[in-house]
Design a protein around this ligand. Structure first.
Ligand code: ZN
Length: 509
């Protein structure tokens, strides 16, 4: 019988190889998005399939079962043979990774992967032609396969909860629904108040901003908030993302449009926020299953904190507007500080999620969250989706898409089989506001910190309270540990209410 330390050592050896294979896949994918010649797409697919197969072999290797037996793991991966919080988390996460793969039949995995490729191709075409009926059978198949997989992973459990668990471990839809209901009614009042005022003038944002200077400014900000270029790099891709190719190689991408300066700037800050989380994970977890953000929601809390709480604050622009004016003197001539600040915080209901502002963004997500729950619980037919989408937009944002391309086919997620993913975007906003409240208690107001060039203190606080732990704590436990209470919508509503009542000049209580 091996002792506990021998078992953990053996796990780490196996785990290291799994992590390295994941890093190799991330490198191949990063290269695919940033620089692959178009005719090399099939070559790359073959390479990825090979490495993916090797990864799969390592995840289900026989040794794991023996190890978990010797550690006397329960169905949830709990082992009484290990003592510390770190060891318990380590065994639990290794177990979950193994169990999930073991429970889904290989045939189903292959079918899911095949149907996902077909569905994505069909979605691209159907969206281009605004033809939902061409996409519908693919979505039906993908939903059915996802239900089947969820039932295999956790028989008897709510299917939606199992699907969401992939992205937000341990979070149940009943709780999320409750939090989102409170959020929704609070936001409706704020949005009503905003819409009775004239929107700020944002004409200056539509001018042409040369891309090289946008890039210069974006990098300046990334360095200022602490993103480490010696352990990362910035490239261009069609859709911005961040990816970890190794503990010392956390890359981010962005894209620039000459006539949409804000989009490039905020995707730079957003992705750097994701990068900071990964760069801040404690060294002791590097190259293990714990070396990752603990959930997509917590990940998103970090990117949105830097993008919105910091990057759209008055204090931030007090500090950075003059350097920006230095780069774009013509465009920003005669634009006052206040005009600029109001411009970057303009609120306007729109049909497209990725263009949404801080106030209306949540509605886009809540709509998708409700629709996808209904779909996987078979309370709604896929054929009814376009109409349900239109009526949901009409009743919440008072606008409705003319085409399904701008409606239920606008996002890639469902076509890629990502169901249960959407809520993490809003959870991120809520976590960010709840964490910020504690940070301000510890360090003083964020405005004060920015004005006094103490952004480093903000990052240290995040590293210490959130980043360094990697996956040791579940999102729920982390939230409780950092803020002393479960996630709720109050802090985000208070943040939004205060900020926008000040900008638009209405009473908020
Ligand atoms: Zn993000």
């Amino acid at each position: 019988m091996k002792d506990k330390n021998q078992l953990l050592r053996q796990m780490k050896e196996l785990d290291l190889e799994i992590n390295q294979l994941e890093q190799i896949m991330a490198l191949l994918e990063w290269d695919h998005e940033t620089g692959l010649p178009p005719k090399a797409v099939n070559d790359r697919a073959g390479q990825l399939a090979l490495v993916g197969g090797m990864h799969h072999e390592k995840v289900i290797a026989r040794e794991w079962e023996t190890l978990f037996d010797e550690l006397e793991c329960t169905e949830d991966g709990e082992s009484s043979k290990v003592e510390t919080i770190d060891e318990k988390a380590y065994v639990r996460e290794c177990y979950k990774r193994w169990a999930k793969v073991m429970r889904v039949p290989q045939k189903l995995v292959e079918e899911l992967s095949r149907q996902t490729s077909l569905s994505q191709a069909a979605w691209v075409q159907a969206r281009k032609e605004n033809d939902f009926s061409a996409f519908q059978p693919h979505l039906e198949t993908l939903i059915n396969l996802n239900i089947e997989a969820a039932q295999a992973i956790a028989p008897g459990k709510d299917v939606y909860d199992t699907l969401m668990d992939e992205y937000e471990p341990g979070t149940c839809s009943k709780e999320v629904n409750q939090v989102f209901n409170n959020l929704s009614s609070g936001l409706e009042k704020i949005l009503d108040a905003i819409q009775s005022f004239t929107a700020p003038n944002t004409e200056f944002l539509d001018r042409k901003y040369p891309v090289d200077k946008q890039n210069e400014f974006g990098q300046m900000i990334q360095k200022a908030i602490g993103y480490d270029y010696d352990r990362g790099r910035l490239d261009i891709s069609a859709h911005p993302f961040s990816t970890t190719l190794g503990p010392h190689d956390v890359r981010i991408t962005t894209r620039y449009r000459e006539e949409d300066f804000l989009s490039g700037l905020y995707s730079n800050i957003h992705e750097a926020g994701h990068g900071l989380y990964e760069q801040g994970i404690d060294e002791q977890y590097h190259n293990t299953v714990l070396s990752d953000g603990t959930s997509l929601g917590i990940h998103e809390s970090q990117s949105r904190f830097w993008e919105n709480t910091i990057g759209r604050s008055r204090a931030f622009w007090k500090r950075w507007l003059d350097p920006l004016r230095g780069l774009f003197p013509e465009n920003l001539k005669n634009i006052s500080d206040e005009n600029f600040y109001r411009g970057v915080n303009r609120i306007k209901p729109s049909l497209i999620r990725i263009e949404a502002d801080e106030v209306t963004y949540s509605f886009h997500i809540i709509i998708r969250f409700q629709l996808e729950q209904a779909l996987v619980r078979r309370e709604m037919r896929v054929s009814d989706l376009p109409e349900a989408w239109r009526s949901a937009y009409e009743s919440t944002l008072k606008i409705s898409p003319e085409t399904d391309a701008d409606g239920c086919m606008q996002d890639i997620h469902w076509s890629a089989g990502l169901i249960g993913y959407f809520p993490t975007y809003v959870l991120g906003n809520l976590y960010a506001a709840q964490f910020t409240r504690v940070m301000e208690k510890d360090l003083g107001s964020i405005d004060h910190l920015i004005q006094n060039d103490r952004v480093g203190d903000i990052l240290s606080w995040l590293q210490n309270n959130i980043h360094r732990h990697g996956r040791v704590f579940s999102p729920k436990d982390l939230c409780q540990r950092v803020s002393g209470e479960p996630l709720n919508a109050n802090y985000f509503l208070e943040y939004i209410g205060k900020k926008y009542s000040d900008i638009y000049g209405f009473q908020y209580s």
